[in-house]
Design a protein around this ligand. Structure first.
Ligand code: 1DF
Ligand code: MN
Length: 349
């Protein structure tokens, strides 16, 4: 295997678009919730493990998440990652009451902005929000843009509530007005969804994350959120959380449901089909999915211009996966789009 280098010798820079960090403040607050027995089984499973696991994985992930300097840069150098687009890890501050959520979010955004100022050619930030207070979050999205952030991180459901509810629309309105994409990132499945997943240890990134996040995006589409905010750009990771693969059946059965008035609330969509939104409003990264057949499939279904590279540092820090994707069967122009230029255009770098 050739040595991975930053600097673009292979014909492109590598921009990793779903990289995670945590502040000590958020980590401490997660530990407090875990100790208090906070009633969210997905959170308890995830942070009950990562906040204190003495395993090599636990230690490496805490160290990686907490670094916005030397360690992260050394790991990026060793894996040939030129730029990381960094966001507060899941579930962000969604689990806290509004006042605490806002204080922790402000601090996280300030710390990330400082790191981006210190390493402007290596780090790009996403704005964290506190969806418990949507109006405040809309203002924070503006502040984030002023700080130089290039996207907004939405860490999944909000204590079991999905963001297709009208009360969350100020968040979408603010992002659409600024032209800044929202990255819908997974967290543990909501309380209503998690039981049979948790029972077999399938609630985490192994599968439950994708189930919850694919469902969340689907709810946004069928509720008409993209009809209301037609210029909203939404990014999902993990190869599109399975929706591209499902798109034929989604289109067929959704249309059948609408035509037959099966649900009184189910209304026709302006663009006609669920898949039309995947090709209009949605962009897909391959965080945690270093799987060339899936990448080529999404190229065919969504178009080359909608798909991007991501690593998912530190949760999936695997330099071998970078070289595997360098070597995948895809033209040099497509690889450049995948690793570099799509991210530059979609995130407006
Ligand atoms: C995990 C994976 C955790 C991803 C994450 O955030 C995360 C994991 C809490 O392995 O438990 O972002 N991921 O995106 O695949
Ligand atoms: Mn992730």
């Amino acid at each position: 295997m050739t040595e991975l280098k930053t600097g673009g010798a292979q014909g492109y820079l590598r921009i990793a678009t779903e990289e995670a960090f945590i502040t000590q403040g958020v980590l401490d607050a997660y530990m407090r919730l875990v100790a208090e027995g906070f009633d969210d089984p997905g959170f308890a499973s995830l942070w009950g493990f990562y906040s204190s696991s003495p395993s090599a994985r636990g230690v490496q992930i805490r160290d990686g998440l907490l670094s916005l300097g030397t360690k992260r840069l050394a790991d990026m150098d060793a894996a040939g990652i030129d730029k990381g687009i960094i966001a507060l890890t899941a579930p962000g501050t969604h689990v806290f009451q509004a006042d605490e959520a806002k204080a922790l979010t402000t601090d996280a955004n300030d710390q990330l902005a400082e790191a981006c100022r210190a390493h402007p050619d290596r780090f790009v930030g996403m704005t964290a929000i506190a969806p418990a207070d949507p109006a405040w979050s809309a203002r924070e999205i503006q502040r984030g843009a002023d700080l130089g952030f290039k996207a907004v991180i939405l860490n999944g459901h909000v204590n079991g509530e999905y963001t297709d509810h009208e009360k969350y629309f100020p968040i979408f309105e603010a992002a659409e007005a600024l032209g800044t994409p929202i990255y819908l990132h997974p967290q543990g499945p909501s309380k209503g969804l998690i039981a049979p997943l948790l029972e077999r240890g399938l609630d985490g990134a192994v599968y439950g994350f994708g189930v919850d996040t694919g469902l969340h995006l689907l709810r946004l589409i069928v509720t008409g959120v993209f009809d209301r905010f037609p210029n909203l750009k939404l990014i999902v990771g993990h190869g599109g959380e399975a929706l591209p693969y499902w798109s034929y059946r989604l289109d067929y059965m959704h249309a059948a449901g609408v035509r037959s008035n099966r649900y009184e609330f189910l209304k026709p969509l302006k663009l006609g089909a669920i898949s039309a939104y995947l090709k209009t409003n949605v962009f897909v990264t391959f965080s945690g999915m270093a799987f060339p057949p899936a990448i080529r499939f999404c190229k065919e279904v969504l178009g080359m211009e909608r798909i991007m590279y991501a690593m998912d540092y530190p949760y999936q820090y695997e330099p071998d996966e970078v070289s595997a994707q360098d070597d995948m069967e895809l033209s040099p122009e497509d690889k450049r789009a995948f690793f570099q230029t799509n991210a530059e255009r979609i995130f407006n770098l």
